[in-house]
Design a protein around this ligand. Structure first.
Ligand code: GLU
Length: 611
């Protein structure tokens, strides 16, 4: 790719400094007179694929990837690097991640060959019930709910970092936050994606003075090429370094979070009615990241691990893979392969929507959803020459064998926002982290905690506001200290007990189909992980139409699939995945998006091979 070969000398210096110190240097602004606007700085360079040894990082952010690589270079393991990089994402991707949000952390330990997971999902307040989003018996619209205190769940991210480090890391929580603290203080160069995301949210950001002060300096989104500093976030990280996560879960950062949720601070001129929420210090004190067994399915001899409920990611990707175990995708035509993929996804979503919610509150048949017997009973629905009609009825995984008979009332896939970020890290010892983190919608609740430099999530809008189908049990209604169903699917794949590849994506409910399509492209269709990530996407989620990117719609496959009954709806961009693949010769191949969301950043400690 050779991007680095074309760097301007000051930037080369910055890159060299990153390589030496593991922390990005502040970009030195060229001298300017006090009155003239500073000349735009070039954003940090990104490379979508990197091959080599010594560890690898793939994320959407050049700065986060560089910080992760710095930790690996200095002897940290994959968990250390993942936490440091995630903290950096909180700086450069504040609309998708940060200590105001949550996520799911999947870890492969090379010594024990075991995969472990952490569920750091946001939770509803203890006072919540299933009427959380009803006013006078009527559900709020998503637009009314999103930018409010009502949508904010107890954040899980800082506790996820601390617990991951405690269980599997080698560095302290404080050390792991330092590079990101420095990045927040010294700043990063605004790229077009950051500027666009700010512009897209400018109206609601302007309604909250603390948010406007941070993200709309001078009333406008920051200019591309300007330096964006977040000293408040640097101070927040510093406080976390000093006091640990107690600063959030029992301390003054937590006080600031709960008081904002209970009393949203709105510019009266905006006219915005930001509903208050009831999140309290009792909720923060009660919050616990859950360490739980991963989901596991055998796909063509590979062991595919992901996250169990409260996310629907692992069970839904897993069920679709089990269904596809019954089809020969390797030798199928391209159209037939895509047809089988869309149909398996349609069926898996029918079952997801009926059965998956927070397992502490509903009896989720996780093992049944993941059983090959259940999948076999569903695979018979797929016909080679015609598309199924959605919404398709679910079957009962507790009593497999009747999957081809309609056994329930179909439930639609309810709305989920589409922004999040996925980070993949591997170290020189073979340990791997696949970590998806989020604040839900791009820009979350739009509420920056005053003086703290981070946005609060709107994750509670991932609950169904009312039963998806009246009269049919809905596993995803709000409840006290309940976790809303997620679609995040951080995935790690082993071959003969050893790391083969890992991947994940943002994209709301399309996360599941993106992770599935990338996996199939790589395992069955002969693509490298990078090619599978770059390939045009389509997504079927038990809906009348399948989303499809423009490049997919332009393909002969789209026409052939339309001829057998598939109906496509255009979607400009589906997902922004990252992954890492272990090559047979021992090198690591780190892969990110070449184009989507402005392209991602892949890097390895010792580059060797095609760059
Ligand atoms: N809130 C979504 C979920 O938990 C994630 C949003 C996104 O990925 O864009 O699945």
């Amino acid at each position: 790719m050779g991007v680095r070969g074309r760097l301007a000398p000051p930037l080369l210096l910055a890159v060299a400094l990153v390589a030496l110190t593991g922390a990005p240097a502040a970009h030195a602004a060229p001298p300017t007179s006090a009155r003239s606007a500073p000349a735009p700085l070039p954003p940090a360079p990104k490379t979508a694929e990197a091959v080599g040894y010594g560890g690898a990082v793939a994320s959407v952010s050049a700065e986060a990837t560089d910080i992760g690589i710095g930790v690996l270079r200095n002897g940290g393991n994959a968990v250390d690097a993942a936490v440091a990089a995630a903290a950096a994402l909180g700086v450069t991707e504040p609309f998708s991640s940060g200590v105001g949000g949550g996520g799911y952390f999947v870890y492969y330990d090379a010594r024990t060959h075991r995969v472990s997971t952490l569920d750091g999902r946001e939770t509803a307040p203890l006072t919540a019930d299933q009427n959380l989003f009803l006013e006078n018996g009527v559900p709020l619209s998503f637009a009314d709910a999103v930018s409010s205190g009502l949508s904010v769940g107890t954040p899980g991210t800082a506790q996820t970092w601390a617990q991951a480090l405690r269980l599997w890391g080698t560095r302290s929580f404080a050390d792991s936050l330092k590079p990101a603290e420095k990045l927040a203080r010294t700043g990063f160069v605004v790229n077009p994606t950051f500027a666009q995301q700010t512009a897209d949210n400018a109206t609601r950001f302007a309604a909250f003075p603390a948010t406007a002060a941070l993200f709309l300096p001078g009333g406008k989104p920051p200019a591309v090429g300007s330096l964006f500093r977040n000293p408040d976030l640097a101070a927040t990280y510093r406080e976390l370094e000093r006091d640990g996560t107690a600063a959030i879960y029992r301390g003054d950062i937590g006080q600031d979070i709960t008081s904002l949720v209970q009393h949203p601070q709105v510019d009266p001129a905006s006219g915005w009615d930001a509903r208050p929420g009831q999140l309290s210090m009792a909720d923060l004190a009660a919050y616990q990241v859950r360490q739980q067994a991963p989901t596991e399915v055998d796909y063509r001899g590979l062991d595919v691990y992901s996250i169990a409920p409260s996310s629907s990611g692992g069970t839904t990707v897993g069920e679709a893979l089990n269904i596809l175990n019954d089809f020969d995708l390797r030798h199928a035509s391209s159209t037939q392969y895509l047809h089988d993929y869309l149909e398996a996804s349609r069926i898996a979503f029918a079952d997801r929507n009926r059965w998956v919610g927070d397992p502490r509150f509903v009896d989720v048949p996780t093992q049944g959803l993941l059983s090959q017997r259940f999948a076999d009973s569903r695979a018979c629905l797929i016909k080679p020459d015609s598309s199924l009609t959605s919404p398709l009825a679910p079957a009962d995984p507790r009593h497999p064998g009747h999957g081809c008979a309609a056994t329930g009332t179909p439930a639609p896939t309810t709305y989920e926002g589409t922004n999040t970020t996925h980070l993949t890290v591997a170290d020189r010892w073979g340990n791997v982290v696949s970590y998806t983190l989020t604040i839900e919608q791009t820009g979350g609740s739009a509420m920056v905690v005053p003086g703290r430099g981070f946005l609060l999530n709107n994750e509670l809008t991932d609950f169904d506001f009312t039963a998806a189908v009246p009269g049919v049990p809905d596993p995803n209604l709000p409840g006290p200290a309940k976790r809303p169903r997620s679609s995040m699917s951080p995935t790690i794949v082993l071959r003969d007990g050893r790391f083969d590849f890992a991947e994940g994506s943002p994209g709301g409910s399309t996360i599941i189909t993106t992770v599935l399509q990338v996996l199939l492209g790589h395992v069955d269709r002969g693509m490298t992980l990078e090619q599978a990530i770059a390939a045009p996407r389509t997504s079927q989620r038990n809906a009348a139409t399948s989303d499809a990117e423009p490049a997919f719609l332009a393909s002969p496959d789209a026409a052939a699939l339309t001829a057998i009954g598939e109906v496509f709806a255009p979607n400009p961009e589906i997902g922004a995945a990252t992954g890492i693949q272990a090559l047979p010769d021992g090198r690591l191949d780190a892969a990110a998006e070449p184009v989507r969301r402005g392209g991602g950043a892949a890097s390895v400690v010792w580059p060797v091979g095609p760059q």
